[in-house]
Design a protein around this ligand. Sequence first.
Ligand code: 6R9
Length: 637
Amino acid sequence: MNLKISSFDEYKEVYNYSVKDPEKFWGEVADNFYWRKKWDKVLKWNFRDPEIVWFEGAKLNITENCLDRHLEQNGDTAAIIWESNDPDEAHRVLTYRQLHDKVCQFANVLKNNGVKKGDRVCIYLPMVPELAIAVLACARIGAIHSVIFGGFSAQSIADRINDAECCVVITADGGFRGAKDIPLKEVIDDALVQCRSVNKVIVLTRSRTPVSMIKGRDVWWEDEIKKVETQGNPECPPEEMDAEDVLFILYTSGSTGKPKGVVHTCGGYMVYTGYTFANVFQYEPGEIYFCTADIGWITGHSYIVYGPLSQGATTLMFEGVPTWPGPDRLWQITDKFKVNILYTAPTAIRSLMGFGDEPLEGKDLSSLKKLGSVGEPINEEAWHWFHDKVGKGNCPIADTWWQTETGGLMISPIAGITPLKPGYASLPLPGIQPCLMDENAKEIEGNGVSGNLCIKFPWPGMLRTTYGDHERCRNTYFSAYPDMYFTGDGCLRDDDGFYRITGRVDDVLNVSGHRIGTAEVENAINMHADVVESAVVGYPHAIKGQGIYAYVILGSSLHNEAELVQKDILKTVTRIIGAIAKPDKIQFVTGLPKTRSGKIMRRILRKIAEGDTSNLGDTSTLLDPGVVEEIRSGALV
Ligand code: 6R9
């Protein structure tokens, strides 16, 4: 079977086939990849435990698919183009051969530092090619990577390192993001005070910030590479992995306080990210593909590194942010490298849209053929601006709905093939069986309906477990609706059967495309010495999609004025989680609307934060209905 679909009729045909005979379908898709040994059985599964096994008995190494298999014909093709944060710093190009060699070299560094198959390695690096190299080097030797986004605090890092019991950390002296210098090594040093499992820290030179280097623990990336060079064996044969061996852990927020480590495995993840990348973006050899995500999130894992590389694509990696040093940065990069495919997030589009059309002027964007959006619902205004002003009306937009847990794109137009509707993720990709459920756990059939979005049947890229706590995985995703994977999203299916994601239905916020649990933020706020209790909700925010609104009860004996306490709370949240979780608004209150059983009625708090206080619904079950009026009159809207 051809990996790529080429018409809407073919999509419908392939989709029907994928539902009728999923094993045959995925077996044929998987035939397009390189396996050391093929599978005995394509799929074994149940969603009760859950137990999901794809390509049982197969042997592979994902880096052989991402690197080695391209060498003969495409060794000189650019694998990674890297653009610095600083427009005046030279860009870098790594061909498939160069990337292969660097991955092998660094894989040997890892081995020299005692890393073995199955060990967990924490990666906390800026967006430089060495981040992709470190990720692939882990995969090369069968070590499990756990990449942590550069914006998380020492405390968050420590929690993640301890949960996965990482033995090695890979970091840099510092990193650049826009006007900011991020002292990565210092943050790691603070984190490691709490981490007993880590015995080596490999430090890349990037910012030349002075750092402390601890004897016996900390080593420089560059020195370690030199050692490998003098050892004289640059090759590193790929470790033979079982299809279901763990490839990586990636932490994500849920409705409880503690982030969970989503586990992805080698075979299914490879097949799924490669298949979806090739199809949704209709990648053609020679095209320059630019995804603006950070590798610290799932989008970067699947669609900067693994998906594009398994397809022999040229993937552009950008160290900085879209608005620095000016709001034309993305258009300048697009022009400079003649980007053909641009995959970005609604929050970035909205913020760039805010600068008007002027930054686009004088930039040649005619190379653009396909656009993509990910991370949150895209509002129509942003969709049209992206389509008309960036794509000049000629580029299809793939509004891709998916999650850390799904590994790859799930519901999305196929560029140039699926008819487009602004604001709609449109139709499920082959192999994906979405359904909508009502409150009584009954499936809602037919079109023109909405409900909670579930997936009925496994797909190769889905999570297998949450690290170290399988019961939590079952509970979070497989218990709300029997025999279904529950996404946590609300969804509408229109009269044509097109899907529109309406947002989370649980206590998870989506702030600038970043998932943040309200309980997580509350826990952090409650760490502040003056705070008695807090409740956090989301509210609509013009750029971020959602903003964070915190209602906080303070203790009585305060010596500081409210304004300072507010700042202290922000500092506390930054320390405990990271700057991405800082509340946009903090309202001090004397009480929270609670039911007689002590549950906070968030529905009311959400309405007040949204500025919609005309109808707060039934408040008669509240312990103290009077508190609502106090909160409403002091609301920050
Ligand atoms: C890939 C990624 C997942 C949550 C998801 C949903 C929201 C993502 C979306 C979208 C509407 C889209 N989401 N893509 N909502 N339209 N195209 O973002 O993963 O960080 O795990 O977030 O993001 O709410 O449940 P992750």
